[in-house]
Design a protein around this ligand. Sequence first.
Ligand code: SF4
Ligand SMILES: [Zn+2]
Length: 518
Amino acid sequence: METIIRELINDAGKSGADLSMVKRRVAKKYKAPCPTNISLLRTYHKLVENKTLQASPLVKNLLITRPVRSLSGIVNISVLTKPYPCPGKCIYCPSQKGSPKSYLNNEPAVMRAILNKYDPYDQVKMRLRALEMTGHPTDKIELRIIGGTWSFYPKNYQTWFVKRCFDACNARGRSDISKAQKCNETARHRIVGLSIETRPDFITEKEIQRLRELGATMAELGVQSIYDDALKLIKRGHGRNETIRATKLLKDAGFKVCYQMMPNLPGANTLRDKKMFRELFSNGDFQPDMLKIYPCALLKEAPLYRWWKNKKYKPYTKHQLIALVKAIKKSVPPYVRIQRITRDIPSQSIIAGPAKLSNLRQMITGHCKCIRCREVKGDYNAKEKLFLFRRDYQASGGKEIFLTFENKNQSKLYSLLRLRVCVENGSRPFAMIREVHTFGQSLEVRPLKARLPAEGRTSPASPQHKGLGKKLLQEAEKISLLSGVNKIEIISGVGVRGYYRKLGYKLEKTYMTKFLSA
Ligand code: SF4
Ligand SMILES: [Zn+2]
């Protein structure tokens, strides 16, 4: 294995094809089986630790399995809450014994949770181990809590659940959640973002304060439709106004807002669905930062199944759905990230319709300028000239300023910042940074001495840790001052507080804040 690694380093192996070629050649020469990337990666780390090999970030990145998992600058970990009732009666939503409302026992995340008896600590540990085994840096984690309606779970369960997630990342148990959060500021695995799934009608000022105390930075709202007649038909239990109100409350508190939208609901048609997605970005009452497009899936475990049997519901055809998603992607502005298209439901559980197409995203290529499609991923070129772009738009009674570093033709996005400035109509003027994110291969953040190999702190293969976030922050501070606001607030995940401290910010309640002077 050492021979393969050395050959790759000496011959400057750059692609997966180079790696396979060297593996095959060496295996043939020594009449041995081809080694896996995981075992090569283990050998690589051992050699670097023993100082018998000079670190090579390029070769290390080649050995990472499914590199996409850490190419957005972080790694995602999803943790599922225990089975629990939901007050909703949505007709498309499945109920199955042993899993939370809206989830099925054969979904990958549910199977992992069942294996760990729904213990959040064990679920996080298991994911961390799997990511590390496959070569992904696990220093920066976006934790995603999924399952049912988060806001409906008992408060003491919520606190226990989140504390257990922090404990798992800290590799030690603390007596309460604030101690666990403090510990995470310098822990090996830092939670840099935390999201929950909830319904728009559960978002109140009190609920937002509670979410902040837990360390949440993002809310996934089950919006599904913005038309009252459609929401009534599917027995959603809330209307358009609740979504508008929740979006404003969350954005004013600095949260990133993701909408889960459901085309192909009963009563919908492709024209109306297209119009609905266009309105999301032409009407300032909505403007979500992220989108999950989950076409309605017909499941035996949901009441909609009977509607379909009685010919009261008909799913779109494959061509209709593909054409619709293509049109949606075309209409999405560059400050929005399409997180997912279709849910992770195994296709054998879907009775009929194009929601069976689990590879829908891959089938629709091109025509999309969303964040995800433009992230630099593994395509970083240290010599490429970067440009600062600014896009302003009105949203929920405030001004959103979207700052980015991109290449000249805006096809590659390196870094972004979302600044929200409210100086009119509100009770107090404020400037709130809702997101700072540098893309590309995620890198370690720990001090050099703490762990070998040390090369992870910066890498010629990644734009991380090269000061892009800091430059965007300085620009945001300037804009805030020019807007007449002399204090800036950042929502900040618990694990990023240390970074902002170094830049002069202080923790005030749950936000990092700084007074600005000209
Ligand atoms: S609110 Fe969500 S979990 Fe509850 S019934 Fe509706 S879709 Fe299902
Ligand atoms: Zn896209």
